[in-house]
Design a protein around this ligand. Structure first.
Ligand code: FAD
Ligand code: SIN
Length: 538
């Protein structure tokens, strides 16, 4: 088996992975491993932009306050303050790297054209039209490619972490590398490193309907759980209120920034309904808006709600939302003339691997950054456009911390991957079937509105599915499909268990059996019991 050595290994090529790699490349050799093409990531699809205090009528205190309100009592205020106040320096750095944020036309006032989204009391979202994420990826990829100390390996899927404890070595358990699947050749190899950064992104694919691209299969959280890391707050899955409802649109998002420019949520007959649910109306935090749409759909039997922005001119809409405008047009909706049909869909995983602001985790040698990490910024509900900001700030801190430790190669041998008596997969039907079953079960029973009964049902099914998947995993030669299925099922169990542990409704977790917030707020939900399926020969 091939074993590659590097001083830093970054798994993932979204904003968190690429930014970490760029910062780390000043201190040593970095490998960036990513499971598909480089740009394929949640980052690439980000629309609204990056929340940051940029004007004199805004303040760090106000951004902190908005974040804490959205987070419903579970944010770590110190972390929120650190991230918010480190924002402007990181934005300036991104601009120096070549990112152009939209600016205002005409004279006077502030320089940037700032967007507004749910839960923000000010306009403070920097954007590049409605393709902010694509522009971020473009700039960061160009930088990463230009650095000789960064090596990029595409189509390489990290399977599991390798730890000194698993190798039976004495001393504190530390991360020393990872096994990965080369998707081109089907071979398994290992990377040995003293510093491994998980920047694997979110978990949208755990649910049947999601705004996330196919890469979002919770791989990092599942790997960390198997390696014994504490996983926090997984019950808080954010559903974005406005995913385009069209059979061919797959998972196209209509940015909250559209509501920031005055769009209203209306029912089939064009009546606005958000004021009945919250005085902040269409720009209430996302948990409230998604629940309101869900309720409207259940009460009226309608298959979707609608966004109405017909009062804006085609010229304005084309300029401010060029990508959304064109995409909607391709499905037969002219935003300037038609109501847009929308439904909520799984969007963001607020929980993840418990990590510090600098990505450090409970395991030396292992860092988590970006959506895969739970730093304490988001609490029970992420404030819109705070996640790109978090990735920028935390990747910077991560590099400072990691650079202070030794970069010496771990003095140990990595055992070859054991295939045992595994044979090539001949039951692909099981993978497709269970893939749909996990996602449907999570959507039906662990969605926007939960109950004890639904969660119990989900737990029974997910546990059975995980047993079946586990057996198949050990009997067959690994493929990316079985690895991703194994990971969404693991994340499903983490979400269900966390939801069962929270016997109240707070933020994104709403249950019919405990519809009120408990006082004082119960603590963060933490699961730290490796499921005992770490590697094949265990
Ligand atoms: P990602 O960008 O998802 O990158 C993860 C990377 O890890 C990918 O390269 C993936 O291929 C790789 N990977 C995963 N598993 C493995 C594995 N096992 N082996 C190897 N590689 C692996 N947030 C905002 O702040 N503002 C917005 O406007 C905004 N809009 C959004 C719009 C959409 C449609 C979506 C889906 C999300 C949006 N978000 C927004 C959320 C934000 O985009 C993400 O939270 C953020 O980009 C996550 O960055 P990341 O680097 O942590 O993960
Ligand atoms: C959006 O543009 O609506 C998404 C913003 C986010 O998820 O932060």
């Amino acid at each position: 088996m091939k074993v590659i050595d590097t001083e830093f290994l970054v798994v993932g090529s979204g904003i968190a992975g690429l930014m970490s790699a760029i910062h780390l490349s000043r201190h040593g050799r970095v490998i960036v491993m990513t499971k598909k093409e480089l740009a394929e990531s949640n980052t690439n699809y980000a629309q609204g932009g990056i929340a940051c205090v940029m004007t004199s009528d805004d303040s760090f205190d106000q951004h902190v306050k908005d974040t804490l309100i959205a987070g419903c009592g579970l944010c770590d205020e110190n972390i929120v303050r650190e991230i918010v106040s480190a924002g402007p320096a990181r934005i300036a750095e991104l601009e120096r790297m070549g990112l152009a944020f939209a600016e205002r036309n005409g004279s006077g006032g502030a320089r940037y054209d700032l967007g507004r989204e749910g839960g923000h009391s000010r306009r403070r979202v920097l954007h590049s039209g409605d393709i902010t994420g694509r522009e971020v990826e473009k700039v960061l990829l160009a930088h990463a490619r230009s650095r000789p100390s960064i090596q990029i390996i595409e189509h390489a899927l990290a399977i599991d972490l390798i730890t000194s404890g698993w190798l039976g070595l004495p001393g504190p358990n530390r991360c020393v590398g990872a096994y990965f699947l080369d998707r081109g050749t089907g071979e398994i190899a290992a990377i040995r490193t003293p510093h491994l950064v998980l920047a694997t992104g979110g978990a949208g694919k755990v649910y049947l309907y999601t705004t996330n691209p196919d890469i979002a299969t919770a791989d990092g959280v599942a790997m960390a759980w198997r390696a014994g890391l504490p996983i926090r707050d997984m019950e808080f899955i954010q559903f974005h209120p406005t995913c385009l409802y069209h059979p061919k649109a797959k998972s196209f998002l209509i940015s909250e920034a559209v509501r920031g420019e005055g769009a209203r949520l209306v029912d089939e007959s064009g009546r606005p309904f958000m004021e009945r649910y919250d005085p902040r109306g269409d720009l209430a935090p996302r948990d409230i808006v998604a629940r309101a749409i869900d309720r409207e759909m259940k009460v009226t039997g309608a298959p979707c709600a609608f966004l109405d922005i017909r009062h804006k001119s085609p010229a304005f809409l084309r300029e401010r939302f060029p990508n959304i405008y064109e995409k909607c047009l391709s499905f037969g909706f002219d935003m300037a003339r038609n109501l847009l049909p929308v439904v909520p869909a799984a969007h963001y995983c607020c929980g993840g691997i418990e990590a510090g602001l600098d990505g450090t985790t409970a395991m030396p040698g292992l860092y988590a950054c970006g959506e895969v990490a739970s730093t304490g910024l988001h609490g029970a509900n992420r404030l819109a456009s705070n996640s790109l900001l978090e990735a920028l700030v935390c990747s910077h801190r991560l590099a400072e911390t990691a650079a202070a430790f030794s970069r010496e190669r771990p003095d140990l041998d990595i055992p070859a991957w054991q295939t045992g008596s595994a044979t090539p997969s001949d039951e692909a039907v099981m993978i497709g079937h269970n893939w749909n079953e996990v996602r449907t079960c999570m959507w039906d029973y662990v969605g926007i509105v939960r109950s004890d009964k639904r969660l119990e049902r989900a737990m029974r099914r997910i546990r059975n599915l995980r047993q079946e998947i586990r057996q198949y995993y050990f009997e067959s030669l690994v493929t990316s499909d079985i690895l991703e299925l194994r990971n969404i099922a693991a994340a499903g169990e983490l979400i269900v268990r966390s939801a069962m542990m929270r016997r109240e409704s707070r933020g994104l977790h709403f249950t019919l059996d405990y519809p009120e917030q408990a006082a004082p707020p119960p603590r963060n939900t933490v699961i730290c019991d490796p499921p005992g399926e770490f590697l094949p020969d265990e």
